[in-house]
Design a protein around this ligand. Structure first.
Ligand code: ADP
Ligand code: MG
Length: 617
């Protein structure tokens, strides 16, 4: 069932649901959508205010939450309760970030270093997913207030280098904020789309996306062909950005204006001078000099001095560009376009340096702060079905997997995985002497294959006779850059193999994809229950089979009482399997285990004793 939204302003039914694009940034976040009249992407903002919402969350003593500009004010006065850069923690364990722990002025839990990090605020713990969800919730509310329509669906962007855990965390944050996240899109892909690159299916282009934000630098090399965005390489520095430029200006002023050591221990003074430095930097993007005051201090800087200061930082980013181009096995001349992203690329000297490095003008016509969100809005519009001829893919829209015992979906490549991609997993036979194995490939998010879409099947035949569980069948999924899935099954002991080719994405319209995603949310609860029941049944069947075998083999080691008790319990487990009650099945499995454990251990010990004896002779 799809939802119908009501326009709260007019009370009328909203026929087309708005799907927004969200740039969830480390420093700033924002929302964009396709304007229903102009059909052009626009960033949402209240009159006379910025479209940017600082990605900062503040908790007051009552644990009331403030997000954005309001929260940013507390960075200095209440650092322990003011969380910034939560994006850096997404999908990370303490081990992953401990090298940079001093960067965070709030408390990050460091006791259980292997598990995902949590942030402590007072006596409460928040996961980065929750923290990000607060930002997303705020963005959702603002957007709803502006467009006067409920917003339930979104496309959210992430850096191209985000791994599965980080993408999943971002998706979960969206879900927590009450958003159905239709797709996670790479930031550089979105930025390219905002420039219309990749919108023409025929064109084949290689582009570089240079993204210098508040605290991070990313360079991504993309290849675009047939509407498919392939990430050829990424590089960058996760601790290099506009904040470092501000610090360079602060250091320059310290040298110039005789600021003494004592002033530098005053946190409030340091923060004030940092803010001045940011102001100077922004001023220098459009004028040749900056003249400011802080109390009795005169703080000024001219553009040429500023450019000298930041040259080493720019050189560092260009070295990353060289590495990315090398990793993509390309030369600078192979790059067809350079897209500038992130607030810091407003600095003219940075634009010039990047342009000189690549030997061509850069694309900077779109606001570098908004470009990612605008591109996400374009992608959202495509998913909404308003741009039918286009199917943009740089990730798999639905999970791909095979059917396993009990009709369960075993996912090999999860939804939203980057393409090209490959994954493999080993399976084995259920029966002694089984000579064939049917591989059925499905696409979808539901736990039972019958609710997903079948893409194809084949038989791996000619497996040499072996006891159940001994053959090793390696199933490999390979999606190439064209979105074509190749499935290969190989029995490793005998070397026999079989392959099929499937074109998964082209068979499904975006509406189909959307429906399947909606279904997976609506039915998640049923699916969990059914999955639990099937797993219980499978476990029960396997236990019965194993016990049966064991008894046959060791009949003369068992007492009569043991044999009888086992038979009776097996029978009641068999009966439980015919009823759809997973708790009952678990209970019977437990009972059978209880009965067999003592003699199984005893027989094992005897076997070991014999083996040890054998060795000693
Ligand atoms: P992120 O992607 O990390 O969320 P943004 O793209 O929002 O970051 O960039 C924020 C950075 O851009 C800040 O360091 C800010 O000072 C800087 N910035 C904003 N406007 C300008 C400007 N006109 N000139 C130079 N830097 C700017
Ligand atoms: Mg950004």
């Amino acid at each position: 069932m799809s939802k119908i939204s009501i326009n709260i302003a007019t009370g009328s039914l909203q026929k087309e649901e708005i799907i927004v694009g969200i740039d969830l940034g480390t420093t700033n976040s924002l929302v964009a959508f396709i304007h229903p009249e102009t059909k052009k992407p626009v960033a949402l903002k209240e009159h006379n205010s910025s479209s940017l919402v600082p990605s900062v969350v503040h908790f007051d003593e009552q644990k009331n939450i403030e997000v954005g500009e309001e929260a940013k004010k507390y960075l200095l006065s209440d650092p322990a309760n003011t969380i910034f850069s939560a994006k850096r923690l997404m999908g990370k364990s303490y081990n992953d970030i401990k090298k940079n722990a001093s960067f965070f002025s709030y408390k990050i839990i460091d006791d259980n270093t292997e598990s995902l990090v949590k942030v402590q605020v007072g006596d409460k713990f928040y996961s980065p997913v929750e923290l990000s969800s607060f930002i997303l919730k705020e963005l959702k509310h603002r957007a709803e207030h502006i467009v006067k329509t409920p917003i339930n669906k979104a496309v959210i962007t992430v850096p191209a280098y985000f791994n599965d855990a980080q993408r999943q965390a971002t998706r979960d944050a969206g879900k927590l904020a009450g958003l159905d996240v239709l797709r996670i899109v790479n930031e550089p892909t979105a930025a390219s789309l905002a420039y219309g690159i990749g919108l023409n299916k025929e064109e084949e282009k290689t582009i570089a996306v240079y993204d210098l934000g508040g605290g991070t630098f990313d360079i991504s090399i993309l290849k675009i062909n047939n509407g498919i965005f392939e990430v050829l390489s990424t590089n960058g520095d996760t601790y290099l950005g506009g904040d470092d430029i501000d610090n360079m200006i602060v250091r320059y002023w310290i040298q110039q204006s005789g600021i003494n050591e004592k002033q530098l221990t005053d946190k409030e003074f340091v923060q004030a001078i940092r803010l001045k430095a940011e102001e100077a930097k922004i001023t220098l993007s459009s004028s040749d000099e900056f003249n400011g005051r802080l109390n009795e201090l005169t703080l000024s800087i001219i553009r040429s001095e500023f450019e000298n200061l930041i040259k080493p930082l720019i050189d560092k980013t260009l070295a990353c560009c060289s590495n990315a181009i090398r990793d993509a096995e390309l030369k600078t001349k192979d790059i067809d376009a350079i897209v500038m992203v992130g607030g810091s690329t407003r600095v003219p000297f940075i634009k010039q340096s990047v342009s000189r490095f690549f030997g061509r003008p850069v694309n900077d016509a779109v606001d570098p702060h908004e470009v990612v969100a605008l591109g996400a809005a374009i992608q959202a519009d495509v998913l909404a079905g308003n741009n039918k001829e286009l199917l943009l893919l740089d990730i798999t829209p639905l999970s791909l997997g095979i059917e396993t015992m009990g009709g369960l979906m075993d996912v090999l490549i999860a939804r939203n995985s980057k393409i090209p991609n490959k994954a493999s997993r080993q399976y084995t036979t259920q029966k002694d002497g089984q000579s064939g194995m049917r591989i059925t490939v499905y696409q979808g998010e539901r736990d039972l294959v019958k609710d997903n879409r079948k893409l194809g099947e084949f038989n791996l035949s000619g497996i040499p006779a072996m006891p159940a569980g001994l053959p090793k069948v390696d199933v490999l999924f390979l999606i190439n850059a064209d979105g074509i899935l190749l499935v290969k099954a190989k029995e490793l002991r005998s070397g026999i193999e079989q392959t099929i080719e499937i074109k998964p994405q082209y068979g499904l319209s975006d509406t189909d994809v959307e429906k399947m995603l909606l279904d997976s949310v609506t039915h998640a609860q049923d699916d969990i229950a059914i999955r639990a029941l099937i797993e219980a049944k499978t476990e029960g069947e396997q236990l019965l089979e194993a016990t049966e075998k064991f008894i046959q083999k060791n009949a003369n080691h068992l007492t009569q009482k043991e044999t009888m008790e086992t038979a009776a319990t097996m029978q009641s487990l068999q009966l439980a399997l015919t009823m759809n009650d997973k708790d009952l099945i678990h209970k019977k499995i437990e009972e059978l285990n209880e009965i067999s454990r003592p003699y199984a251990e005893r027989i094992m010990d005897e076997a070991i004793a014999v083996a040890v004896k054998g060795k000693m002779v």
